[in-house]
Design a protein around this ligand. Sequence first.
Ligand code: SF4
Length: 331
Amino acid sequence: MRRDGLGGEWPSTRSGVWWALVGSGRWNRYGVAVIEELGARQRSAVVSAILAWFDEHQRDLPWRGPEVDAWAIMVSEFMLQQTPVARVLGPWRDWLERWPTPAALADAPAGEAVRAWGRLGYPRRALRLHAAAVAITERHDGLVPSDIDELRALPGVGDYTAAAIASFAHGQRHVVLDTNVRRVLARIDRGQAHPSTAPTRAEVVMAEQWLPRTRERAARWAAASMELGALVCTARAPQCEVCPVRTRCRWYASGRPAHDGPPRVGQRYEGTDRQCRGALLAVLRSHDTPVAGAELLEVWPDHDQAVRALAGLVSDGLAAQLADDHYVLPG
Ligand code: SF4
């Protein structure tokens, strides 16, 4: 066992945890309560170290500014769901310049939201954000709600997005479990290279144990743990040598063992239906007038795939078919 720089002792292997605790004489006779107590202290030290790192190293992202309102944060969360920060910065600014409030977006046709979504990908998010703006305007006097259940009831807002908006926009205390946070906790707390494919109940319980008690610290923890996962504890090349908590990380301490769960498959894009849909939608976005179906289908070499993709766009509400086999963005 070695002594780290954070005021505690940390064993170098998982079996070392067991023997260190036995040797410390801190067990009760069932060996439970003392582990909980020790775990809480260790977690608090890790949280403090990550918060201090965040204060110094966080990116200067525009949606983190003190003057940014809840709507701007909500728009950023929708855009960031499946798109990297670098690709979101420009569209986010343009979007808010055009629709600075939910009411402004609700007044526009849904098709304009799809058009403005541009190349962010997964354009159903644009439709859902538009629907959420309508709901906020109708049900909440045009203000993004602060209650997490009211947030969850909005179109396109799931558990993660509701918790993120409540934390980042309203400074509340919630578990915000995105991909980056899940990976950081899997490594530090579980000693695993990657979390399971989908979040489990046990993982949420574990994340709750990491949540600081005060609202302000919990909201900062949500942002800081996410940032550590985005910048340092990355999926493919974690930079443990510069990580502020490497002396407390179980995965690092146990020699960074390889992932032993189900194979992690990267998402292919070239030649997929998703790419085909994107190509068709790009044509509709570039036209202010209806486009003939035949003209649309020409943009993709595989005719059958294009027909299938076009039908999918229509059934998802991302395109509307007119009577004479012409297509437009939804009204
Ligand atoms: S030590 Fe490495 S694996 Fe552990 S939290 Fe830091 S970057 Fe991630």
